[in-house]
Structure formats: C-alpha cells, structure tokens
Design a protein. Structure first.
Length: 366
C-alpha cells in the first residue's frame, strides 16, 4: 500500500499558456465548516496531485516503467490541472462524516481522493459537452488544448481511479464507488436524452440530478461513516444527508446557471438553456403560463439553435412568474431534509459542520 503524502506535491515547473491568469482562479473558496478537517483535506489534495504526477504503472509480467518520461507538453498539461483545485466539497463531506462517527484514517484520505478524481473527470467531460470556456476561474482544458485532450485527460483520471480502487483495503468501498460511477454516467446520459423534452416532469428532473450528481454526495457520506466504524443506522442517516444535500447542491447549480455571475462562480454560465436542458425554474415557468406563451418561451429561449439566449429577458420572465422563488424554496426543502437526517447522530462539531455545509448548498444562489 502506498504511503499517504503529508506534504503538498510540487508539479513540474513548466510554463503555463501565456494567455492564462492564475490570479483570477475562483477555486479554493474557503468554506468555514471545512476547517474542522483542514489537515486531512490538505492530504487529499496532495494525494490527487501525486496521482496525476505518478509514473506509469508496470504492466503484468514486465519491469516497472518508472524510467519513462512524459513528453514536455503532457507535463505542462498535468501542471495546469494540478493547479486547479476546487472547493473539495465531496471529499470534505466524506471526512466530516468520518469525524461524526469516529476517527479519520488513511483509508478515508485515499477514498476521498478517489471521489474527487471522479468528480474532476466528470467536469472535464462536462466542459466538452457544454462547450464551457471557463472553470474554476481559468480557461477550460478544452478551450486551451481542445476537446480530444480534455476527454482523454478525463479518461486518464478515471484510469488512476481504477488503480487506486484496486489497492483499497476495504472491498465494500470499491463496490460503493463502482455503483456510484455507473449511476453517475447513467444520469448524465439520461439528461442528454431528455434534451428538447418540454414535457419533462419535476420527478424526472430530480431523478436525473440524483443520479448525475447527488449519488456521489451520498456515497461520500456513507463511506466516511462506514470507514469510521459507524453503525448501519448512522451510516444510513449520513447517506440520506448526503443524498438530500447533493440534490440541493445541483438545484442551486442549475439556478446559478441562469442567475449567477461568472465572475463569482468562476465558470461558464447559461449552458443549460443553450443546450436545451430543462431545469427546475424553467420547468415551473412552463407550468405557469398558457399554451400560447409556452410556445413563445420554447421558441425564443429553449429551442433556439441560433446562439446564446437572452439571459436578462429569461430571468425577468422567471422572476415575474415566481419561478426563481419556487426553485429556491424547493432547494430549501432538500436542505431541511438533509439537516433532519442528522437528528439521530450525537451532537458534535462535525455534525454542526455538516449542517453548515447543507445550508451553504442553497445559500450560494441567494
């Protein structure tokens, strides 16, 4: 078993693309509740970085390939990715769930790193699908290196995940991670197939975002509890917390895609409507208007193939029909469900931190 690093790795000192500005990076936004797990979270970040920079593994029946060097251009790409750490919400939830039920172990750190690498791989693929130009305050990989490189880099991250899962001490963890990955991919595919479906129902939408996003939150919290020796009851409570918090997070993300400020979110916004995906506020709007106005909304905003929609006009319409408030209120319901799931856990700093994180999920769009 490889040793968990206790110091930050330093990527190769290769020059970044001249037109990037790391000072504008929106990543690393501090969430106060995460201070309780700051040290293990730093170790998670270091392990992710280490995995990105690790030498090629040896193939079965062959000598170790540590002597092989990457091309300089690939080093440059890896360095750029290593410097784009996000808020680390999913790993932090895993660690906080562990603190709720016992102590944090090296296995917590390894699995938290795996979860973050899966998430980062999905972001690389998402930016290709959505034609995103900015992520975490910096130009996306697909913008700088092209779609092919972005997809293959996401695949590289997932291949590292496979290797790490094979080395885990807890077999159940690998099974949970594998199930979450399958659900995540099916959720993304489901949402892609649902494009242009103007009759999509709210339960259909919640099912899709549960699979594509909330399942990873749920798995993080469940694994954090199990690895700390939690009872099945407490592990299930934390899984329920993660599921509801994850749904609230994605609902807020979808709302920010409509009303957010790219300077604050650090990523390209407006892609859901431009890519003909229905999200909660727009679904409410379509339910609230008559057939004639619904047809106008669909033709003017949702089915428009001629470029980016008029965000200001859409926001004004959503606000006028109470659709933005509806989406915020529904998000708060899932936040309340997340907090309620913690009721059976013993009071602790970690439990209080989880409450704060759940509230943060919805507060991002207020």
């Amino acid at each position: 078993m490889s040793r968990i690093p206790r110091i930050c790795c330093t990527p190769n000192a290769m020059r970044l693309p001249e037109h990037t500005d790391r000072s504008t990076c929106a990543s690393g936004v501090e969430i106060p509740a995460f201070r309780l797990v700051a040290e293990p979270l730093r170790r998670v970040r270091s392990l992710v970085c280490e995995q990105l920079n690790e030498h090629l593994p040896a193939l079965a029946g062959s000598e170790p390939s540590a002597h092989r060097r990457r091309p300089e251009a690939m080093d440059r790409l890896i360095e750029y990715v290593s410097g784009r750490s996000g808020k680390m919400i999913r790993p932090a939830l895993l660690l906080l769930a562990g603190r709720c039920c016992g102590r944090i172990t090296d296995e917590h750190v390894r699995i938290a790193a795996i979860i973050e690498m899966i998430h980062n791989a999905t972001l690389l693929h998402d930016d290709v699908i959505d034609e995103g130009q900015k992520r975490r305050g910096l130009p996306t990989i697909n913008r700088l290196w092209g779609n092919e490189t972005a997809v293959l880099l996401g695949d590289l991250l997932l291949s590292r995940v496979f290797k790490m899962c094979a080395e885990l001490e807890e077999p159940q963890a690998s099974r949970v991670i594998a199930a979450a990955a399958v659900r995540l991919c099916e959720g993304e595919l489901k949402q892609a197939i649902q494009k242009h479906d103007w009759l999509l129902t709210e339960p259909d939408y919640i099912e899709a975002i549960t699979d594509k996003s909330a399942v990873l939150f749920r798995s993080s919290c469940y694994l954090g509890a199990v690895l700390a020796g939690a009872s099945q009851e407490h592990a299930q409570s934390l899984a329920d917390y993660g599921l509801n918090a994850g749904i609230a997070f994605q609902m807020t993300d979808d709302l920010l895609d409509i009303v957010g400020d790219e300077r604050k979110t650090g990523k390209t916004l407006g892609s859901d409507v431009d890519k003909h995906k229905l999200t909660l506020a727009v679904m409410h709007l379509l339910r609230s208007v008559g057939d004639e106005e619904k047809e106008t909304i669909i033709n003017s905003f949702l089915a428009n193939e001629g470029g980016r929609h008029d965000r200001n006009a859409l926001v004004k319409m959503l606000s006028g029909y109470g659709s933005l408030d509806y989406a915020r209120n529904r998000t708060q319901e899932f936040v309340s469900a997340a907090v309620g799931a913690l009721a059976g856990l013993e009071e602790s700093e970690a439990r209080e931190a989880l409450v704060e994180v759940a509230k943060f999920m919805a507060d991002r769009a207020t």
